[in-house]
Design a protein around this ligand. Sequence first.
Ligand SMILES: [Fe+2]
Ligand SMILES: [Fe+2]
Length: 191
Amino acid sequence: MRGKSTEEAMVSSGMNAVEMLKADHRKVEGLFEQFESSTTKREKMKLIKEVINELTLHTKLEEKLVYPILLEEKEEEDMAQEAFEEHHVVKNVLKELSSMDGSEENLKAKMKVLSELVDHHVQEEEKEMFPALEKTGEDLTALGEKISQEKMKLMQRGSGRRSTRASAKSSGRKTATRSISRSTTGRRKAS
Ligand SMILES: [Fe+2]
Ligand SMILES: [Fe+2]
């Protein structure tokens, strides 16, 4: 049996949902910073791969476990829809990045645009969405536990890496984000 990786140790550290998602945000920001100062093609490609994996995992977790809670709240519905759309744009860029080999002259520009998209999205999540999530009365510790379990599951399946590669190859594949319906019942606290 292999030992726990740093990542696995982190996801099971008992952080609540918001703390956990913010930690992901900081991690990705760090990767973008490293990319900015990286000099070799090898280093750049390694960082791009990490960004793709991190963002693929993170967006999946939010779409499956966090955004549906806000879609159920009348006043937060528009914000959640907007966040899905922003993920959609981010994923399109990730798809393009995943088919690049490092020789493209627009690689740096593409990463810059991605980092700006992510930065804008993160600002909205942290300034508006997460405070709104806190107000829903959802148990954020339990949600954190759910997120960390789902994260482990996805990481064990290597889902992030595989799905990005697969989606780069089959361009016709639809993103399933919108299928996370409003039909999630029983989440709302009884009023
Ligand atoms: Fe997000
Ligand atoms: Fe996020």
